[in-house]
Design a protein around this ligand. Structure first.
Ligand SMILES: *[C@@H]1O[C@H](CO)[C@@H](O)[C@H](O)[C@H]1NC(C)=O
Length: 511
């Protein structure tokens, strides 16, 4: 194996039909390289998302609630905590839960400071989407993603030190984590473009992106355990430390493309490269910005991604809030139940991806149809579930079922618009993901203020119904716009000038 160095142009040096080499590689590598990449990518996203969400658990253990309560009592009640005005208004379902006793931590951060700390991640995240995608397209997707996750791990390790200084430093750390986290999604998209054969694209993309959900799913209870068993700083030290192990594996097992992988079997490399035509072989020309901004399939992804994030945020964050305030049922305190929606989502995501890939491989459906169907499933059924919850009265079981179904169907997005950038412009997959995710980050900033404005002093079913009907409109816009303008075909402006090798062309046509 040692004859392959990273800088060699492998196309000229590795004979594609060297049987002996092939056998040797098959032996050393049980799992195909693209699936090792997918699994490590999934864990990478678990890290990025885990380290993003763990703060919401950690901060509860970090704040001195007694001191904060005393402080706000002195401020003549200008500031009305969110819970105070809610319990009195509507109390038709069940009994008021007793407020749980929160253990005090060392920091006196009032609600505003906590809010800024929790939101500061977004302010970094939104600015590095496009540059991150561009660098990944142009240079190395492996290192863009690896750097993003590594920086998050290192900054997490520094969080306890920062907190002991001042909350300002915690905000700086969180903005930094956002900046680094912002490059991971576009970076990974480029890696998928280089590694996933079109007929496996939904499966591989879904496996990797499932890490975002799994990270949240694993990290929240894990953080709670660490805080209870040791203390809040253990959350950052243990999770940051474990992430460093992942980074070492990432460096050794993941490469930018099959051609750059020193240990991939010849069979696998031939399979991937021949199924993708010229991707990765041609010179990458600069991004044709005008064509990008005037392309309707690009706008279809922008609209779908943005609308979907609005709805996803509603389901993930606001529907549980609704259930807590209106139905008096706190799903978060039911550790057993709160994981079920995500588990169902994961199963649905993987099933749908496998079905759609199988149908596409057999040419029973087009890629365009697959993307549209999956995007439709990710928008309309969740919208119906969301509205449905406002009609179940006090039936919390039914509400949980609807929440679960809604969350499950959103999983369709991974086989839908979220894999679509690679279909329409594989050469610019990272840049495109950067663009659509920049737009898609806006709902994360807007939704909390919007819901706060609508429900301030007005925690009623009617107020929430209005919110959810607006969300139905937004989900419908996603489905309609994407089904009209979306495409699964490589766009003419995205086609690269291939330095076509006639030998290679014959091989591609033969397959
Ligand atoms: C929290 O604040 C209260 C009141 O200011 C103080 O008595 C208590 O010692 C503080 N607790 C911690 C853990 O710092």
């Amino acid at each position: 194996m040692s004859q392959f160095s990273f800088d060699q142009d492998p196309e000229e040096n590795i004979p594609l039909n060297n049987k002996e080499e092939d056998k040797k590689s098959e032996k050393t590598e049980g799992l195909p390289a693209r699936w090792i990449t997918a699994v490590l990518g999934c864990i990478g996203f678990m890290i990025v998302y885990g380290l993003k969400v763990n703060l919401s658990v950690a901060i509860i253990a970090m704040v001195n609630h007694t001191a904060v309560a005393e402080m706000s009592a002195h401020e003549d009640g200008h500031h009305i905590p969110e819970d105070a005005n809610t319990t009195a208004v509507e109390n038709q379902c069940g009994v008021e839960e007793k407020k749980e006793e929160l253990l005090d931590g060392p920091f006196v951060w009032d609600d505003n400071v906590q809010g800024v700390i929790l939101a500061s991640y977004f302010y970094g995240y939104i600015f590095t989407q496009v540059p991150g995608g561009w660098v990944a397209d142009k240079f190395s997707a492996k290192h863009v993603f690896g750097f993003g996750a590594l920086a998050n791990a290192l900054l997490a390790l520094l969080t306890p030190l920062a907190a002991s200084g001042s909350y300002i430093w915690v905000i700086v750390i969180r903005v930094g984590m956002g900046i680094a986290g912002g490059v991971t999604l576009p970076g990974m998209h480029v890696l998928i473009a280089n590694w996933a054969p079109p007929q496996e694209r939904s499966k591989i993309a879904s496996t990797i992106y499932a890490g975002m959900t799994l990270g949240t799913l694993v990290c929240m209870p894990f953080s709670g355990l660490l805080a209870a068993a040791i203390d809040w700083s253990a959350i950052f030290y243990v999770q940051g430390g474990l992430s460093l192990i992942w980074y070492v594996l990432w460096l050794f097992f993941v490469y930018d493309s099959p051609a750059k992988h020193p240990r991939i079997s010849v069979a696998e490399r031939t399979f991937i490269e021949s199924s993708m035509g010229n991707i990765g072989k041609a010179e990458k020309p600069p991004v044709p910005w005008k064509s990008v901004w005037t392309s309707m399939p690009v706008w279809a992804i922008i609209v779908a991604h943005t609308c979907s994030n609005w709805g996803w945020y509603m389901l993930l964050v606001k529907l549980p809030t609704y259930m807590r305030y209106i139905l008096k049922f706190d799903i978060k305190s039911n550790a057993g139940i709160s994981a079920v929606p995500f588990l169902c989502m994961w199963i649905f995501t993987m099933l749908l991806a496998n079905i759609l890939d199988a149908l596409r491989a057999r040419k029973l459906i087009s890629t365009t149809f697959a993307r549209k169907l999956a995007t439709f499933l990710a928008s309309i059924p969740p919208a119906i579930c969301l509205i449905g919850v406002t009609f179940v009265g006090c039936n919390t079981d039914l509400a949980v079922v609807l929440l679960t179904l809604g969350t499950m169907f959103v999983g369709g997005m991974y086989s839908g618009f979220l894999s679509n950038h690679i279909d329409i412009a594989p050469a610019y997959a990272g840049t495109l993901m950067g663009i659509t995710n920049t737009f898609a980050t806006v709902p994360g900033i807007v939704v909390p203020s919007f819901v706060g404005y609508m429900t301030h002093g007005n925690q009623t079913v009617e107020a929430w119904r209005t919110i959810f009907y607006i969300t139905l409109g937004i989900f419908s816009l996603e489905a309609i716009f994407f089904c009209i303008f979306g495409s699964g075909e490589e766009q003419p402006w995205a086609k690269r000038q291939a330095k076509q090798d006639p030998e290679e062309q014959k091989l591609n046509e033969g397959l």
